[in-house]
Design a protein. Sequence first.
Length: 145
Amino acid sequence: MHRFAIALAALLAAASAGAEVTVQDAWVRATVPGQKSSGAFMQLTSTTDVTLVGARSPVAGVVEIHEMAMDANMTMRMRAVQGIPLPAGKPVALKPGGYHVMLLDLKEPMQAGQKVKLRLLLKDAKGEMDDVDVEVMVKPLNAKL
């Protein structure tokens, strides 16, 4: 019975294995004392069509997916979005001035050289959820991007 349970668990894991998402050049912006938010940036490439629908991190009370975009008055505005499509095989950049992961209600300052854990939450076309764990380096405020 034990072998059957292990085989069944392996089969279910293989059947539910979703997209493979590659994360490159991931970083978080350092903060100044008292600052309670920061952004995380990276390039994501998925093997199948999925949507980045959220993220979590132990360093933040709230983590949201955001977009910076010009409004009708030509003013740059930041807003939370429901998700970011990751088309199969096409790199999607999360970068300053565009899509990014927003870390809010920080529990500690983000110091250059520190590593931050992020869990990216993904949804496929069938509505099935998956996640990707990433360890992200904090870059100094004055880092060249």
